[in-house]
Design a binder for this molecule. Sequence first.
Ligand code: SUG
Length: 450
Amino acid sequence: MTMRAVEANFDGLVGLTHNYSGLSFGNIASAKNHGGIANPKLAALQGLKKMKALADMGFTQGVLPPQERPCVTTLRALGFTGNGTDVIRAAIKSSPTVYSSALSASSMWSANAATVSPSANTADGRVHFTAANLNNKFHRSIEHAQTSRTLRAIFRDKKYFAHHSALPACPQFGDEGAANHTRFCQQLGERGVEFFVYGASGFDLAATRPQKYPARQTLEASQAVARLHGLDAGQVVFAQQNPQVIDAGVFHNDVIAVGNGNVLFCHESAFVDQQKVLDNIAAKLGGTFTAVQVSNDDISVEDAVQSYLFNSQLLSRTDGRMLLLVPEECQNNERVWDYLQKLRSQSTPIGEVLVMDLRESMRNGGGPACLRLRVELKQQELAAVNPATLINDDLYKRLTSWVEKHYRDRLGEAELADPALLDECRAALDELTQILALGSVYPFQLESAA
Ligand code: SUG
């Protein structure tokens, strides 16, 4: 029997400049590993292994290419002039932090690339994408222009796909994309509920908000995305993240909750008025809805943040049970691992746990769920996706040799200042656009074509 629809996971391929610059205030791993030596080659290979493992299990798996870094366009916009090398040298001299931001490979966390609504939920029956402005962090705010170009090159057909530019770039409309968005349904391809989780109101500054770390997503941004996608009020739930967990390092909802189908796996302290939120989802979804809530006695918020238990991927197997793909850090945390053994044997929808090594990404606060953008696609929509971006044995092999050929295996402070990184990155990306049949999507390609 052919499935009516599939969930495709599009993983961000780790870029050539993956490094630890401590750029994300509120993200504990990023701060802790600041200044460490990164291994971009290993990071990219770890990510590719995850993609291959899921493709081998029969899941539809796509890939999103990295962005051009250092981002010369950004540095020029900030007044650095001359050729690429001049721009880089001047930026390093004048502001190392600005330079690190322009160098970050953060687009690899594609859960923050965009919010995606399946066609069954939208007013015009198309799959809708809104690129996330990632306004809360400078190094991430420079991603959305390229993200939009890339998404349009993969989901090209206007008959099936609608693309919206990022929301206005201001704190009131801070938007972090799918990391704060979950869609629930009984069956893929059927109309379901879209669950938007925000950190605080962008306009009502007297309303509850975290005190220590920023709330990256605003209610008003989530509402705007729901409007742009043409979602009906009866199928949308907005919920506020518990400000205390943001202050404990839960900078995105996907660090404390993950949903799939009609199941939500979350910590008991994830949301403000949690029971009301769950009742609301259940009522709007209709049929069955199961919330697997982990109590503080079983796992503290601190352990959840350290192990990234909830930043797992929850995937439907063909036998109806679900697979939880967790990072190795969960296996290394005794309390979390004990809990996962218990979970497997209980009568929850989660029947299998798969562990993957994603250490390079994890050290920047990016687990399995951060690395993927979920796109639910009906068969005819899937057929309209650029096929060269879907992982199979051949593409996996080609991407692995491409990484082996172009990536460095060590990036510390000294190497990060090497202007040669720009040419290395451009040469690699030029080749990658051919492998993925994307056409010209990068500034250096578009400028030379002009
Ligand atoms: O935005 N880390 C990313 C991690 C994003 C994780 N994504 C999800 N939870 N969906 C961030 O904080 C660190 C980069 C540095 O410090 O060098 C960074 O950007």
